[in-house]
Design a binder for this molecule. Structure first.
Ligand SMILES: [Zn+2]
Length: 124
């Protein structure tokens, strides 16, 4: 009993307190260590400022990472779904035929339009 209370009251040095920041942030600090860190932060404005800055930076980084991941993941999933739809059931050959025909049908039309536009431009 007395031993535990004594252990809690052992003051952390500034560098010891700061060394616990990472573990405290990840909730990996044992209760007793967390208690000591809190006790130090209560009595030390310097370390409290350091902790707040550390906490805020980590939060910011966490938010940036969280925001970045979902869109990339969504794109990846959509791409995979689309590819499966294209090639999954009909097969690669059919998918290619299916997508080539419209493009090849458009080319003569485009050429015709270009020739017509050219003729219109050079007409006196
Ligand atoms: Zn301190």
């Amino acid at each position: 009993m007395e031993e535990t209370e004594e252990a809690v009251q052992i003051q952390l040095s500034h560098s010891e307190a700061r060394g616990l920041f990472l573990a405290a942030l990840d909730d990996e600090l044992p209760d007793r260590e967390g208690e000591r860190l809190r006790a130090h932060l209560d009595g030390c404005a310097d370390c409290r400022t350091g902790w707040e800055r550390y906490h805020r930076t980590a939060e910011l980084l966490g938010r940036v990472e969280r925001e970045r991941v979902p869109p990339a993941l969504a794109t990846l999933i959509m791409r995979r779904v689309r590819r499966r739809r294209l090639f999954g059931q009909r097969g690669l050959f059919q998918a290619q035929v299916y997508y080539r025909v419209p493009v090849e049908a458009i080319i003569p039309v485009l050429l015709g339009v270009l020739v017509a536009a050219f003729l219109v431009l050079i007409a006196p």
